[in-house]
Design a protein around this ligand. Structure first.
Ligand code: FDA
Length: 408
């Protein structure tokens, strides 16, 4: 009797790996190897347990990479958003619902577990075999195939290998960078990795008294055409700042820290009103300035902003001197966000940096260095903003790698 054909081995049953395994299994035997007991742990903790599975709009320009943004565009184009929605709703069996105020898509059940369990069941229906509690310690080319070494000393022969082992963020979910280390040893360029989408800290924690205060803001880093601008939620924490807008800008602070350079100037506009609109709002009248600000921002924050501008909250608008009004306007529209550090990988939603995108074929995710090796998900040098963009990246690259590795 002929030996069974060597399977496609997928390393890592996270978002990208499960999708890759299911797509490859339509054509080939597939073995999905996962170090944790149950896989997909980031899916489980994502979106506060609700899993923001996709955004409602594509935004290729919002992804961050040290490689070419054109490659990112090419990769994302391969699986339109409508087709992804259809995949989840029809094939995986997870109906989605739009959260209109944020433009984010969640499972209609609001349960991340439905996404993780639904995806694993879908991959198995396609024929993928899943092995949990199985650590891959290395893999190497062997006679036109691959030898994949496991933590228990076993070696598996693979026709093709798909690396979907993620990056370095939240290591207790199973991703500790093993895949990146092996790919580096195989000659791949790994752009410097760093925690991204992570809360920022201020030491001493001057705003700990505001912990829990949250509001919608616009944050700007840098000036002019290269300025980075992001709008979204802002949350004061006991140690500093969090919320989607802060997370989106955090990589600039992290990268400056790692490069031992000063962080870029980051400013917060606390309300939709710009400086001129605030000047009109504060132009005159008998209202006390503290009461006016309280209509636009939470009271505790209003009092801190006024204290920093050295203006008494009880002052009537009509009595404000021009310099005082300007100080308040500046505090409301260009508040300098001071951060001394960040929460690092233990809280980072993703890893910045990773495998250089010009070393993979965008259509199939195959390595240009090693035919038969495919790379997908967070291990690649690309991440997106908060809003479902990182799962989108995992789904698109996972599918492309699965189709590339299976049947080819
Ligand atoms: P991921 O890290 O998910 O999976 C890698 C898998 O490989 C893991 O299961 C790991 O155990 C396994 N593995 C690693 N090394 C191995 C080895 N040597 N042997 C065997 N197995 C190995 N994104 C989004 O779009 N919407 C959201 O709501 C959120 N929310 C969110 C919250 C939090 C707290 C975090 C930390 C992250 C998010 N994200 C998110 C980001 C999102 O979770 C992330 O982008 C994807 O999970 C990345 O998917 P991957 O499959 O590439 O890696």
């Amino acid at each position: 009797m002929a030996d069974a054909p060597a399977p496609v081995v997928v390393i890592g049953a996270g978002a990208a790996g499960i999708v890759a395994a299911g797509h490859a299994a339509r054509h080939d035997p597939v073995l999905l190897l996962e170090r944790t007991r149950d896989g997909g742990r980031k899916i489980l903790i994502s979106g506060g347990g609700r899993c923001n599975i996709l955004p409602s709009k594509m935004a290729p320009e919002q992804y961050v990479t040290a490689s070419s943004p054109n490659i990112v565009r090419n990769i994302l184009r391969a699986w339109p958003l409508d087709a992804q929605r259809e995949f989840f709703e029809r094939e995986v069996g997870v109906p989605l619902a739009l959260e209109p105020e944020s433009g984010k898509l969640f499972p209609a059940s609001d349960k991340a577990r439905d996404v993780r369990d639904g995806l694993l069941a879908w991959a198995r229906r396609q024929g993928a075999q899943v092995r949990f509690d199985t650590v891959v310690t290395g893999f190497e080319p062997a006679d036109g195939a691959w030898r994949v070494m496991l933590g228990n000393g076993e070696a598996v022969t693979a026709r093709k290998v798909v690396v979907a082992s993620g990056g370095l963020s939240v290591p207790q979910t199973g991703s500790d960078g093993t895949g990146l280390r092996i790919l580096k040893a195989l000659g791949h360029t790994i752009h410097d990795t760093y925690p991204a989408l992570t809360p920022l800290t201020l030491d001493p924690p001057a705003y700990a008294g505001l912990a829990g205060v949250s509001l919608e803001v616009t944050i700007q880093a840098g000036e002019g055409r290269s300025a980075f601008v992001t709008t979204g939620g802002f949350l004061f924490t006991h140690r500093g700042y969090s919320g989607p807008a802060v997370l989106n800008v955090s990589h600039l602070v992290v990268r400056a820290r790692l490069a031992r350079q000063p962080a870029p100037d980051i400013t917060v506009q606390w309300t939709p009103l710009d400086a001129d609109q605030w000047r009109s709002e504060l132009a005159g009248g008998s209202a006390r300035i503290g009461n006016v600000l309280k209509r636009h921002v939470p009271e505790r924050l209003a009092l801190v902003l006024l204290a920093e501008a050295a203006v008494d909250a009880d002052r009537p608008l009509s009595q404000l001197r021009r310099e005082e009004r300007e100080r308040v306007v500046a505090a409301l529209t260009r508040w300098p966000l001071r951060a001394t550090s960040d929460e690092g990988y233990k809280k980072a939603e993703v890893t910045g940096g990773g495998v250089a995108l010009d070393e993979i074929v965008p259509r199939t995710m195959e390595s240009r260095l090693h035919p038969g090796l495919f790379i997908c998900g967070e291990a690649l040098d690309c991440f997106g903003p908060i809003g479902g963009y990182n799962f989108l990246w995992a789904w698109v690259t996972g599918r492309a790698a699965g189709l590339g590795a299976g049947g080819g």
